[in-house]
Write a protein that binds this ligand. Structure first.
Ligand code: ATP
Ligand code: MG
Length: 442
């Protein structure tokens, strides 16, 4: 074997890091995510939405067709690869809607009529990692499929507003726009091209390319030097026909009737190709550059475009990391909870055996219990064990030392209130623990 062919030696002691932009969920944050999950479950139940889980990997065509070729996601953000084992072209999902629609068509879910669905899970986009922008991030989303009227547009927006209220988010603004229908966008597009061609020299490189492929997306540009030019561009709203305006006005009227303030943003076009009529985003000034916490809209053409029987649909998706960050800024994250109700201390040997049996008995009764486990596999002083018990947030400690065991007893110690400690026969520890916990919670 030549040197070149030798496999590179990896030093055993060298640490291996995670992938850039893909984060671990650490125990300290787990309760926050669990709280968010819980609120989302209640929200979807409150509105009659059913859960759908699709795989993390899909055929690349799902997103190429579903999201559109000339979009940031498909052009430059997708993790696409060939399955070496069978040559299939696959992609880690960058968003949920295209995959949900693929599944709805494949499983004939609209057969019995419209469906209200929700999903959650990791999404993958190869972007430059920064605050609020990761390569693996998590979305929650809802999709209402088979409904044509403005009522459902309003319903999904009400759901979002209720969610922000439940989560205690401050400073979230709703921006809304209408993208009309394809023919209206075509007229607007012609006017846009004419306008931007007149000002070719002021376009940046991205926009020059978009002028030929997807000029509407130029309006979405974040380049500050382009803003004056964009402000003067023809507005899609002025090209909307009667039906589109009627739909847009009806959505706004329903929002108003429900006291949901919204701002019309004529430049809101959303990054994905599949939208028509209503589009919207929830934005905040509190998170710096990554200020959009959720966005969505109506996508009536998508189901047919993905090979299904034509049916209207709308939905939105939210970035869970950004929402949790905004909860932090708003001071509305739930307080840390105790790890357990009861912490059990012992001195190894027979006292460990007795302690383990008691701990199991407590758990069987639904009491969360941590049994001290000495790091060296031997035993540890009660003093150091008591420190752990305190740190766990437990309300009570059960202590079994050799003296206690000789008398067939344990000590039950109040860790939070009075600090009181009393002897309890081993057989009666469960009853005493229940009484103590009930007493402490009153
Ligand atoms: P942005 O304009 O911030 O790139 P987007 O329009 O690409 O967002 P959507 O495809 O609408 O985002 O996704 C819905 C939500 O998912 C966003 O509003 C945001 O909260 C979140 N999101 C999108 N991309 C990321 C990312 N790379 N990291 C974290 N959250 C993200
Ligand atoms: Mg993006």
């Amino acid at each position: 074997m030549t040197d070149q062919n030798k496999p590179e030696k990896v030093q055993k002691t060298q640490k291996i890091n995670g992938v850039r932009g893909m984060n671990d969920l650490l125990p300290a944050d787990a309760a926050h995510w669990a709280h968010l999950d819980h609120v989302l479950r209640d929200l979807t139940r409150a509105y009659g939405y059913e859960f759908l889980r699709t795989p993390i990997v899909e055929a690349t065509a799902v997103f190429q067709r579903g999201i559109g070729e000339v979009t940031d996601i498909v052009e430059k953000e997708m993790y696409s690869f060939e399955d070496r084992l069978n040559g299939e072209q696959l992609t880690l999902r960058p968003e949920g809607t295209a995959a949900v629609v693929r599944s709805v068509i494949e499983n004939n879910l609209l057969y019995e009529g419209p469906k209200r669905l929700w999903y959650t899970g990791p999404m993958f986009r190869h972007e430059r990692p920064q605050r609020g922008r990761y390569r693996q991030f998590h979305q929650f989303g809802i999709e209402a499929l088979g409904f044509a009227g403005p009522d459902i547009d309003a319903e999904i927006i009400l759901m979002g507003q209720r969610l922000w209220d439940e989560l205690g988010l401050k400073g979230v603004r709703l921006e809304i726009n209408s993208l009309g229908q394809a023919n209206e966008r075509a007229e607007h597009r012609a006017a846009l091209i004419k306008y931007f061609e007149k000002h070719q020299s002021q376009l940046d490189e991205d926009s020059r390319r978009r002028l030929l492929t997807n000029p509407l997306r130029i309006l979405d540009s974040k380049n500050p030097e382009m803003q004056t030019l964009i402000d003067g561009a023809p507005q899609l709203l002025d090209f909307l026909g009667e039906e589109s305006l009627k739909h847009f006005n009806a959505v706004q009227a329903l929002l108003k009737a429900n006291n949901i303030p919204c701002k019309i943003n004529p430049r809101l076009v959303r990054g994905l190709d599949y939208y028509n009529l209503t589009v919207f985003e929830w934005v905040t000034e509190e998170l710096g550059a990554q200020g959009t916490i959720a966005g969505g809209g109506r996508y009536d053409p998508l189901i047919e475009r993905m090979g299904g029987k034509a049916a209207p649909a709308c939905g939105w998706a939210m970035g869970m990391e950004r929402v949790l960050e905004l909860m932090k800024v708003s001071g509305s994250l739930p307080e840390a909870q105790a790890q357990c109700d009861i912490f059990v201390l012992h001195q190894g040997g027979e006292t460990l055996t007795a302690a383990m049996i008691i701990a199991e008995r407590l758990r069987s009764a639904g009491i969360d219990t941590i049994l001290f486990c000495p790091p060296d596999g031997q035993s540890a002083s009660f003093k150091s064990q008591m420190k752990k018990a305190d740190a766990s947030g437990a309300a009570f400690a059960v202590i079994i030392g050799p003296d206690e065991l000789a008398k067939n007893e344990a000590q039950l110690k109040d860790l939070r209130g009075t600090g009181e400690q009393k002897s309890v026969p081993l057989d009666e520890v469960l009853g005493a623990a229940i009484d103590a916990l009930v007493g402490a919670s009153e």
